[in-house]
Design a protein around this ligand. Structure first.
Ligand SMILES: *Cc1c(COP(=O)(O)O)cnc(C)c1O
Length: 352
């Protein structure tokens, strides 16, 4: 049996339910960028839809187009990567909401909609301090006027105003929110009829209710990846386990069939425990294609070892592993080789 990433759809649903309960009346947008941090954007988006989540954030247009194909016309798909003209045209045809964070991109998006004779749903991004893809406050009024002009002739619908927080300190995030509020007010004074405002990702969404807009864009926490060195959150648990089989037994050590070529950081060697049928055992060393683990009584070839999981039988979580080597849980997930089999263990109950 090769190593696998086991996906618990019911845990993703539970996390989304907890998110909604915690943040209502804000609506959740599940962020599935980086192929849902390596877990599979299709699986994550489909599960979220069945859980009644109607917004999916993809980052890139390509992923949004693929989800439109498989999920149909119902979910609102939000892609905020500045994209080439042909992708913009495809996005408009597929009714994808576009995040627009520069004057140049705004002009290209409007031009694409005019060429198609269609209306494009736009969320204008204001720069609130990150200085990374966002319209500068000095250009904001001009961007809003231009967008509303295009709205009047039917080529744009200005759906929302958004920004992104550094989440480095509360003070910086407060300052960003103040700028955000000014931008929203200015847009409304210029005549925008916004359906949504959105500012926060996982940590700020959960811990700073006063920063939330009407939508919250959440990735990591939905997958049960908490902030590195952040608090455990009782309502959320990891949705994925990484498992590998015992392939050899050698005295007081066993070898499992997964290594650094599969994306396991070799720096974890000697620093963490893994879950075995007998409970927690030390991970001794990670080689290219195999890993050595302290043995247990009755260990057998084919026994399953859990490299990370939701926290049973001595399992570490992705974030616990990440903290050991000074990185973040998302990184542990996204490093895993695309070739590792991903399989969902449980049925999705349709409540949409
Ligand atoms: C990644 C990202 C998110 C989600 O971040 P998490 O910390 O995974 O919740 C939200 N918004 C934007 C713009 C992002 O790039």
């Amino acid at each position: 049996m090769p190593p696998s990433i086991v996906l618990r759809s019911s845990q993703l649903v539970a996390n989304l339910d907890a998110l909604r309960a915690h943040t209502s009346p804000a609506e959740p947008m599940l962020v599935v960028k980086d192929d849902a941090y390596g877990l599979g954007a299709q699986w994550a988006a489909e599960t979220a839809m069945h859980a009644g989540v109607s917004w999916i954030g993809t980052y890139d247009v390509g992923t949004a187009l693929a989800l439109r194909e498989t999920l149909g016309t119902v979910p609102r798909l939000f892609a905020w990567a500045t994209s080439a003209d042909d992708e913009v045209a495809q996005a408009i045809r597929a009714d994808i909401d576009l995040g627009v964070g520069s004057m140049d991109y705004l002009e290209r998006v409007i031009a694409a909609a005019e060429r198609l004779g269609r209306s494009v749903r736009v969320h204008l991004k204001v720069d609130t301090g990150l200085h990374r893809n966002g319209i500068a406050p000095a250009e904001w009024a001009e961007a809003v006027r231009r967008t509303l002009g295009a709205e009047r002739v039917g080529s744009v619908r200005l759906v929302g105003v958004w920004s992104h927080l550094a989440e480095a300190s509360d003070a910086e995030d407060d300052a960003a929110q103040a700028l955000f509020h000014i931008a929203v007010r200015e847009a409304e004074e210029l005549g925008a009829r916004l359906e949504h405002t959105h500012l926060t990702a996982s940590a700020a969404t959960w811990e700073r209710p006063e920063l939330r807009g009407s939508l919250v864009r959440v990735g990591a926490f939905c997958y049960g990846v908490r902030s590195a060195d952040g608090p455990e959150i009782a309502e959320l648990a990891p949705v994925a386990s990484l498992t590998a089989p015992v392939v050899a037994i050698d005295g007081d050590e066993v070898t499992v069939g997964i290594g650094s070529l599969d994306g396991l950081p070799s720096s974890l060697s000697g620093r963490v425990t893994v879950g075995t049928p007998a409970g927690a055992r030390a991970l001794l060393s990670i080689g290219l294609t195999s890993t050595r683990i302290a043995s247990w009584t009755g260990a057998a070839i084919g026994d399953e070892v859990v490299l990370f999981g939701p926290g049973r039988v001595g399992e570490s979580s992705p974030t616990t592993l990440a903290e050991t080597i000074g990185t973040v849980g998302e990184e542990i997930l996204t490093r895993l080789a695309p070739g590792i089999q991903r399989r969902a263990t449980d049925e999705i109950v349709d409540r949409a």
